[in-house]
Ligand binder design. Structure first.
Ligand SMILES: Nc1nc2c(ncn2[C@@H]2O[C@H](COP(=O)(O)OP(=O)(O)OP(=O)(O)O)[C@@H](O)[C@H]2O)c(=O)[nH]1
Ligand SMILES: Nc1nc2c(ncn2[C@@H]2O[C@H](COP(=O)(O)OP(=O)(O)OP(=O)(O)O)[C@@H](O)[C@H]2O)c(=O)[nH]1
Ligand SMILES: [Mg+2]
Ligand SMILES: [Mg+2]
Lengths: 276, 292
């Protein structure tokens, strides 16, 4: 998109292609481009470069509108949910590191009692962070692990409880019912005001992510998103539709497999990366 | 549904008498949207639309009393043809063991699918072993061992302080000396842009010469799947693809994108977390799923 280029249909098609390839989705892309065209007319924009800036601004506004900071008061229970393989367990390992570095007392709850070696995996992360972990036998009831986890957290004065859950597809009714039960136990045993439910989304996911966000939000009141694997080549544009349709903000991004590979979400950086 | 949308478009057009090129292009816009919403890659969609537009401008559609049905059939047939043949064969070596290497992005389902494949081949009379070449992910080896023990398939491991290349070589020797005729190598998830880790896969390939290199792809992957598939294919010349998590409600357009860009067959699909949830790939079923 160079200077002196004229503003025509070809330019808009090129911008549309950038957004579609970034997984922004057809409907959201059309909406964004339409709003941008209206603004361009209103502002009598003549240069192609200004058009791209206007587009970036449009997306930035979607991500920032109604923005409230992610303030963690002690004690807080963070329930980590999402479909299979997106990075929930690894992200908990990173969050534990972040909060320990902030001087908080962190407790891990191994409520994935289903997948092979899931508890072992979280135990490794507990060890790396030198923080305690509450676990039961593999195959036990996840809600009871959460119950015990909350009890232990209160007894030990934990500031942050990070609760891992098994990956589950949102269209599996019985698995979503199991998750709702876990959430109910958490609400009942822990002060409801201090529960954050973070949905982990894989940046390589396509339009199905919007349905994931919708169903998980209906089930367990998702309050934020963690977008993982942004160290790859996928742009994660799905979070734009999710913000605009469901008003769920992105709180963190995962940028690698290491303990430090977690960053707070920055709308400006995110938008800039879309166009790189 | 796409069928419904196309029927509505052609219903509006029928009052105008004979179908024009413009009418067909109008219908094709709906097909384009349907494919993009199904996560088929933008560039793959463009090419696909050009092909089916050309076919739809033929006499049969233009003079038909039911143009919508014709266009739908053309789209469906073209999609099914692109999805490839129904052959989901593992190419067994005439000098056992047959060596199968599972590769792909983080979290795509390699470890679980390795177990499913072992279980499937066991039911077909083969004698497989699983090989733990993921020395990075916490408890990865344990995960494969739990999977292996649940289906009574031995897991070859040399711990996580040995290189994946040495583990793979050790596994092949072990298989030969103990009459295992299939070796399924589970590797660590990695980014296609991680040069060092992609080299590691190439080194494993060069060391043990797999008969099958299978790219494991999550069916809900979006536009980026073409970059991933292209890179893995360029680096390793993969033999096929396994599409996972098809028990979800994603339309799975990634299937078409991967096929279009690599021209390699989709050999199996995985549709669940149980080790029996693997099936032969059906191109026609995938085509209608993508179209919605
Ligand atoms: N490159 C990269 N890999 C990641 C990131 N986050 C997680 N992973 C990798 O993704 C894979 C899956 O991570 P897990 O933490 O096991 O995912 P999960 O959601 O807990 O998986 P299930 O519990 O099986 O549903 C692992 O190989 C992780 O190392 C990230 O930000 N970048
Ligand atoms: N629902 C469903 N879940 C699946 C399927 N295949 C794998 N999974 C789940 O997806 C998650 C990731 O599977 P893994 O086998 O650990 O994936 P991986 O590719 O080995 O992950 P890395 O080794 O970290 O790269 C686990 O929770 C699996 O149970 C499938 O077909 N359907
Ligand atoms: Mg997990
Ligand atoms: Mg694995």
């Amino acid at each position: 998109l160079s200077l002196g280029r004229k503003i025509d249909d070809e330019l808009f098609e090129e911008l549309e292609e950038i957004l579609i390839l970034a997984d922004v989705g057809v409907v959201t892309t059309e909406k964004i481009i339409e709003n941008m065209k209206i603004k361009a007319k209103e502002q009598k924009i003549k240069e192609a470069d200004k058009i791209k800036d206007l587009l970036a601004e449009e997306i930035y506004n979607i991500m920032e509108v109604n923005e409230r900071p992610f303030n963690i008061t002690s004690p807080t229970l963070i329930l980590i949910v999402g479909v299979n393989g997106v990075g929930k367990t690894t992200t908990i390992g990173k969050l534990a590191n972040k909060y320990k570095n902030e001087g908080k007392k962190v407790l891990l709850v191994a409520a994935d009692t289903f997948r092979a070696a899931a508890i072992d995996q979280l135990e490794v992360w507990a060890g790396r962070n030198n923080c305690e972990i509450i676990k039961h036998e593999e195959g036990s009831d996840p809600a009871s692990v959460v119950f015990d986890g909350i009890k232990a957290a209160k007894a030990r004065g934990a500031d942050i409880i990070l609760c891992d859950t098994a990956g589950r597809l949102h269209n599996k009714k019985n698995l979503m019912e199991e998750l709702k039960k876990i959430y109910r136990v958490a609400q009942r045993e822990f002060d409801n005001a201090n529960i954050e439910t973070l949905l982990v989304l894989d940046a390589t996911t396509g339009q199905n992510a919007v349905q994931q966000a919708k169903i998980f939000k209906e089930a367990v009141n998702v309050t934020g998103i963690i977008l993982t694997k942004l160290d790859g080549t996928a742009k994660g544009g799905i979070v734009i539709s999710i913000k605009s349709e469901l008003d769920i903000p992105v709180r963190f991004i995962g940028v690698g497999e290491g303990i430090d590979d977690l960053q707070e979400f920055d709308s400006e950086k995110f938008v800039r990366a879309l166009f790189e | 549904s796409l069928t419904g949308k196309l029927q509505d478009i052609f219903k509006k057009l029928r009052g105008k008498g004979k179908l024009s090129e413009k009418d067909v292009k109008e219908a094709m816009k709906e097909v384009k949207i349907a494919l993009l919403e199904a996560d088929v890659n933008f560039k793959v969609v463009k090419e696909f639309i050009n092909t089916v537009t050309e076919k739809s401008l033929g006499q049969e559609v233009m003079e038909s009393l039911t143009p919508a049905q014709h266009v739908i059939k053309i789209v469906n047939d073209e999609l099914t043809a692109l999805m490839g043949s129904k052959e989901s064969k593992i190419n067994f070596s005439d000098k056992p063991p047959t060596i199968i290497m599972m590769v792909g992005l983080q979290g795509s389902g390699k470890t679980t699918t390795s177990g499913k494949l072992a279980n499937y081949l066991k039911s077909k009379g083969k004698n497989p072993i699983l090989v733990a070449c993921d020395v990075y992910r916490p408890a990865a080896i344990k995960q494969l061992q739990v999977v292996g023990s649940s289906i009574n398939v031995p897991v070859f491991s040399m711990g996580d302080k040995t290189t994946p290349v040495d583990i793979a070589k050790g596994a092949v020797d072990f298989a030969k000396n103990n009459n295992y005729n299939v070796v399924i190598i589970d590797t660590a998830g990695r980014l296609h842009i991680d040069e060092e880790l992609m080299d590691e896969l190439k080194n494993i390939k060069d060391a043990v010469n797999p008969n099958e290199i299978l790219l494991v792809v999550d069916a809900m992957t979006g536009q980026d799947v073409v970059n991933v598939a292209e890179s893995f294919n360029e680096k390793l010349d993969i033999d096929g693809v396994i599409l996972t998590k098809l028990d979800g409600d994603t339309r799975g357009g990634a299937a078409l994108s991967v096929k279009a860009v690599t021209h390699k067959p989709i050999k199996f699909i995985a549709s669940g977390e149980k080790l029996t949830d693997i099936e032969v790939f059906h191109p026609d079923r995938m085509a209608s799923r993508i179209l919605g």
